[in-house]
Design a protein around this ligand. Structure first.
Ligand code: GLA
Length: 734
């Protein structure tokens, strides 16, 4: 095919290349982004386009990457751009763009050409490739970044956009990443949900055209859909087999991921901030930095992909990912808004009695003119309610200390109640449309974090609490409302920047908090799992997966979250949701970061004894659960038994949680559960733990088994209606 380039443009193009780079045009520079097992390979084409020529398991011989293209005889790509590393719009492109721009002179075209690239080692095993692209006509450039974490096979991709045009330009679309994948078929696993129904998976075969995963909610952005997804190549991947890509955006606001099965049957994935209602005006000489899109890839199934991702998350991403966490007693479901100092003093004693590390005081402790006695009032007025807490938080922190436990507190600092002093004083700080009727989500509105004054206010809430109570040991940061009637009084005519500036404002506040209080554990909560992503988790130590704590539901939800987030980040509380006995509920909550939200004083003596012992057991196992490798052994969606295993890196200690998830007559674990990840040559002893007082284990502890046996044949945990929840400790025998 002949491409006609007008003579004038050609001259400009060549001069630009001469100016910016020394490239061997004929050799077609190949730039592989390699990790331990995988490669994403870029190539500079003869016309200086940067294309993706390969995505998948890496080749032994790098020279062969440039041979790949010749093996494909797919239909014609008229644009020679379907595999662009960052697809521009308005010139030759006919597919979904990664970037779309209106220049200062009103022109909508963009063509990005290779200028240069460099690779830097940024940490041990972490490299950063940057590729500079420039438009030959306009003084407009994009740098693509690829941060490769070699050992964990994770890559983060983002772009930085800047220009030196004679006026402002408008970014109509500004994605973080653009992938191009070749396979025989593509199977998408996506998630949907709502309050108390988080992480519902759906798997479907991608068909031609575009499948979009997105949110436009602004805050609590994941209420209906999180950005995490999987794509299996050729056929649906299973736990241990198949090629699968996992991806997600490091952004807590509106995201958009387009999965386009193109005319050549290849998959283009374009992910970034959602450009919905957000054309972004960019001044000259200003960097627009997009958030990172992370991805990992495995040709050994979902389990391998998630273990690599967990390691990456703990080592590089989550705040204090390699550190410790606090077990706790929360009072939300125990008291709701109905408490006072006397009640809380009792709960502090119960915290000690139970044996957890911390008491977490939830919603309802603040506001005086409009007391926070229900969810209609008081958000924004972060002074202790004098009736409930006449001696303030300080006395509770002290009281906690006297009881030998730590004290934590709930805040929802981004929000405001229509009935609050804050709203009365600063109506201009509230997100609402001037002249339109207010519309509420959970009876509240969102503060305008695009406004620096609001950022100071929100920072001040936390800073004030810590300054007055230096021993405050934990924060639960909630975010219950979505944004309706998006309008920022502060931004004036620049409303289209709002969704982006809100998130930037939030991250600025969180960065300030972390600069001053680097280690205090904070739980990320959003009416459940309405905000869970790897941008937020750089500031938070854990998240609240769902308000739904019915343990049966949680088995399924925690299962899905576990593909993307390590157990150390998952706050699981024992509550009164569900019909299962306390043992079942506690076992399920142990599969992450254990907490309780029950009335301890109402527990029977044996229930209490069980909990106390279980907490001690958890303390002896938590390092394995938090830092070990997680193996999904039996999928609750595929049978009547769910089984999840955590194994330390030496493969000598582990714990396996097993549940009956179907109460049909005589249902039980009919088959052995096959273990994974063990050392076949080692011999292991299996001991049932978390036995209810007086209960006898059906498991023989005198017998030992080789890792070989446990992996090839397996072990029957003897799960049945009389033993619906069975936790087993595994130890190598010396
Ligand atoms: C949200 C949270 C709950 C609780 C309430 C308090 O719904 O998810 O855990 O903190 O707010 O109002």
């Amino acid at each position: 095919m002949i491409i006609k380039i007008p003579a004038l443009k050609m001259v400009v193009l060549i001069t630009t290349i001469k100016l910016f780079t020394v490239v061997n045009v004929l050799a077609q520079t190949v730039i592989p982004v390699e990790t331990a097992n995988n490669a994403m390979v870029l190539q500079v084409a003869k016309n200086q386009d940067v294309n993706i020529i390969y995505f998948g398991k890496k080749l032994i011989n790098q020279q062969e990457y440039s041979e790949i293209q010749r093996q494909y005889k797919q239909s014609e790509d008229y644009t020679l751009q379907l595999n662009s590393a960052y697809t521009s719009s308005g010139s030759r492109n006919l597919a979904e763009p990664a970037i779309s721009v209106t220049h200062a002179d009103g022109n909508n075209s963009l063509d990005l050409k290779y200028v240069s690239h460099q690779v830097k080692a940024v940490a041990n095993g972490v490299s950063l490739l940057s590729v500079l692209l420039k438009d030959p006509i306009y003084d407009f450039e994009v740098t693509l970044y690829y941060k490769a974490y070699y050992n964990s096979d994770v890559v983060e991709q983002w772009s930085v956009i800047r220009h030196r045009e004679k006026g402002n330009i408008t970014l109509q679309k500004f994605a973080s990443a653009n992938l191009h994948i070749r396979a025989r078929n593509y199977w998408l696993t996506q998630y949907h949900g709502d309050w108390a129904k988080e992480m519902q998976p759906e798997e479907s075969k991608l068909t031609h055209g575009i499948k979009t995963l997105d949110t436009k909610l602004g805050t609590r952005a994941n209420l209906f859909q999180p950005s995490v997804f999987m794509v299996s190549l050729d056929k649906p991947a299973t736990e241990d087999e198949g090629s699968v890509l996992y991806g997600g955006l490091e952004w807590s606001g509106n995201f958009r991921t387009d999965l386009e099965l193109d005319p050549q049957d290849n998959l283009r994935i374009i992910s970034g901030i959602n450009n919905y209602a957000s054309p972004y005006v960019l001044k000259p000489n200003t960097d627009f930095v997009t958030p990172a899109f992370w991805y990992t890839f495995s040709d050994h199934g979902k389990g391998d992909a998630s273990r690599k991702l967990h390691n990456w998350a703990r080592n590089y991403k989550i705040l204090d990912g390699k550190g410790s966490r606090l077990t706790l007693l929360n009072n939300w479901e125990a008291t709701y808004f109905d408490f006072n100092e006397t009640k809380l003093t009792e709960l502090l004693k119960d915290t000690k009695k139970l044996g957890v590390d911390l008491f977490l005081l939830d919603d309802g402790w603040f506001a005086n003119k409009y007391p926070r006695n229900n969810d209609h009032t008081g958000l924004g007025d972060w002074q202790e309610n004098k009736q409930k807490l006449p001696n303030g938080i300080a006395s509770l922190v002290k009281e906690a200390q006297q009881n030998g436990v730590k004290f934590g507190i709930w805040v929802e600092p981004e929000m405001v109640s229509p009935k609050s002093e804050l709203y009365e004083k600063h109506p201009d700080w509230v997100i609402k449309q001037p002249g339109r009727e207010e519309y509420y989500y959970r009876n509240q509105l969102v503060l305008d974090l695009a406004n620096p004054k609001v950022q100071d206010f929100v920072f001040g809430i936390l800073d004030g609490l810590f300054t007055r109570n230096p021993n405050l040991a934990y924060i639960k940061w909630d975010c219950n409302a979505v944004i309706y009637n998006a309008y920022s009084n502060y931004l004036g005519k620049a409303q289209s920047q709002f969704y982006v500036e809100y998130m930037r404002g939030l991250y600025k506040v969180l960065a300030r908090i972390r600069a001053k209080y680097p280690t205090v554990p904070m739980m990320l909560c959003s009416g459940g799992g309405g905000r869970v992503d790897y941008a937020a988790l750089q500031y938070f130590t854990e998240f609240w997966p769902s308000d739904n704590t019915d343990p049966l539901e949680r088995i399924f939800m925690q299962w899905e979250y576990s593909y993307f987030y390590p157990a150390i980040t998952s706050s699981n509380h024992v509550t009164d949701w569900g019909k299962q006995p306390i043992k079942f509920r506690t076992d399920v909550a142990m599969m992450g970061k254990l907490g309780f939200d029950i009335v301890v004083s109402r527990l029977s003596a044996t229930d209490l004894q069980f909990c106390q012992e279980a907490i001690k057991t958890y303390n002896s196992l938590k390092q394995i659960i938090w830092q070990g490798d997680q193996y999904r052994l039996a999928n609750p969606r595929e049978g009547s038994v769910a089984s999840m295993m955590y194994l330390d890196s030496a493969k000598t200690s582990g714990v396996i949680f097993n549940y009956l998830v179907n109460n049909r007559y005589d249902e039980k674990s009919r088959l052995p559960v096959q273990f994974k990840g063990l050392n076949p040559a080692l011999t292991y002893r299996l001991t049932e733990i978390n036995l209810y007082p007086g209960a006898k284990s059906s498991i023989e502890t005198t017998k030992v088994y080789t890792g070989d046996f446990l992996m090839k044949i397996g072990f029957n945990p003897i799960v049945n209606s009389g033993r619906p929840s069975v936790a087993i400790r595994l130890d190598a025998v010396k």
